[in-house]
Design a protein. Structure first.
Length: 461
């Protein structure tokens, strides 16, 4: 009986794969890749309109669509079925929403991580920094609809009255410098113990491999983070922690404003770590501190102090480390691409379970775009990060409708997509500074200071 069920499930997977090859965005997320993860997770199939594979593609199309609504995704599926001569599906979004709820979060998470791992393995040697992979870590926040379920799991800021603010979640992401892909991510509330960026980063240690170099801001340059990364064989380049004093008259001199010092293990603090975690830390740690000046016409010179575990001054000169740290700004651009180009800054799902799926679906869509850009860069001898992410989203959306309708020219159209992406480079704009102000005035409305239902009652008074 077990063998019969296994054969039946495999046959259903095969039928769905044959259908999925002609779904929109199937060239972006290969059906074989999805089938392998589904088989690894042991997900069962049933014959229906919204199969797991079809639901995954519709969810992907929803994330990439500027409309971003469930109604738009269902309408796209209806148009595709009618174009293929299949029976029409209902425009009611209830079945699609139910199918999304049954879609396992682990499937989205596994696909996202696998895409990033594949990009790291296929990275051209010329893309690496001194033959080493570089990862960047940073945190941000996302908001979501104001529902009781979301408020219970991801409560709003304490500074806002009830019924006025929105639930907020903290997101910590590890990006790849070479491809821009999301290697892994962690989501938590902005309130409570073990919800800070450092704690979430510790849940992502497996995203770092021996030999990697981690770029981070000063928040991640504490003794514990440095020691943990060194234990994994990972070097760190980070901004100097604000509580640490730097005196270049001490330590082993390597050059002007460049020396090696010994950091003692911090005293035990029960609020920061357990006794066992504290005892696992080394009693002292050798790190390198260096300082460089940033000059820009029209602005005062700025000093930046770095701490790093790259102690060899001949192999890693101070100027090259400073140039590498400047690349940390790419994670800010990556977060902007996620939150603005893919509209992840304001989520739409009304329950915490679906919020987590929506986040991972955005990360998966982001990685698939990065994978396509890397393929275009490899074809045309460019660097993946020098290709426009927004331009890639626009181009893929434009071609996605026509790829399923031209099966004979499908490969030719895909090659045209890669050629088009290579023609959309990111402008070289070093030290660009723009005021965070709007020229075009928006319509002016006063802000809610009470719950909306109370304001609505005043309109009828």
């Amino acid at each position: 009986m077990a063998q019969h069920n296994e054969f039946q499930n495999a046959e259903q997977i095969y039928r769905q794969l044959q259908q999925a090859k002609e779904l929109p965005f199937s060239d972006l997320l290969r059906p074989e890749r999805v089938a392998a993860v589904l088989a690894a997770l042991g997900i069962e199939f049933r014959e229906r309109v919204y199969t797991p594979i079809a639901t995954l593609w519709m969810f992907l199309s929803q994330v990439l669509s500027p409309d971003h609504s469930c109604q738009d995704a269902v309408a796209r599926l209806l148009a595709w079925r009618l174009a293929r001569g299949l029976s029409p599906c209902s425009l009611d979004t209830a079945s699609y929403c139910e199918a999304r709820q049954k879609l396992p979060r682990k499937l989205l998470q596994r696909l996202t991580i696998d895409v990033a791992a594949g990009l790291e393995q296929q990275a051209d040697a010329s893309w690496l920094w001194k033959g080493r992979h570089v990862k960047i870590v940073d945190g941000s926040t996302v908001s979501m609809p104001d529902t009781p379920q979301n408020q219970a799991t991801y409560p709003q800021s304490h500074n806002q009255p009830p019924g006025v603010g929105f639930p907020i979640a903290r997101l910590v992401v590890v990006f790849s410098l070479v491809s821009g892909a999301v290697v892994d991510a962690a989501l938590a509330s902005i309130h409570g113990k073990k919800t800070g960026e450092n704690t979430l980063f510790r849940r992502l240690r497996h995203a770092l491999q021996p030999g990697d170099v981690l770029l981070a801001d000063c928040l991640f340059s504490g003794f514990r983070e440095l020691a943990t990364c060194l234990r994994q064989g990972v070097d760190v380049v980070a901004g100097q922690h604000a509580t640490r004093h730097t005196d270049f008259r001490s330590g082993r001199w390597l050059g002007t404003l460049d020396h090696v010092v010994t950091l003692p293990r911090p005293r035990f603090n029960g609020q920061r770590f357990t006794r066992a975690e504290w005892e696992q830390l080394p009693t002292e740690l050798q790190v390198r501190e260096l300082r460089f000046h940033v000059t820009q016409p029209g602005f005062r010179p700025r000093e930046i102090t770095l701490v790093t575990t790259l102690l060899d001054a001949e192999l890693y000169p101070a100027g090259e480390i400073a140039a590498l740290y400047r690349e940390r700004w790419n994670c800010e651009l990556d977060l902007r691409s996620l939150k603005h180009s893919l509209h992840m800054g304001r989520l739409r799902c009304k329950t915490p379970k679906m919020v987590r799926k929506e986040v991972w679906m955005h990360l998966l869509a982001y990685n698939l775009i990065r994978e396509t850009a890397a393929e275009a860069a490899r074809k045309h001898g460019a660097l993946p990060r020098r290709l426009s992410f927004q331009g890639a989203v626009q181009t893929i959306n434009a071609f996605a409708t026509y790829l399923p309708l031209c099966p004979q020219r499908r490969q030719h159209l895909w090659e045209q997509i890669l050629d088009a992406l290579a023609m959309l480079p990111v402008g070289n704009r070093p030290n660009r500074v723009e005021p965070r102000k709007l020229k075009r005035r928006q319509q002016k409305y006063t802000y809610l200071t009470r719950p909306r239902n109370e304001e609505r009652r005043t309109l009828y008074a």
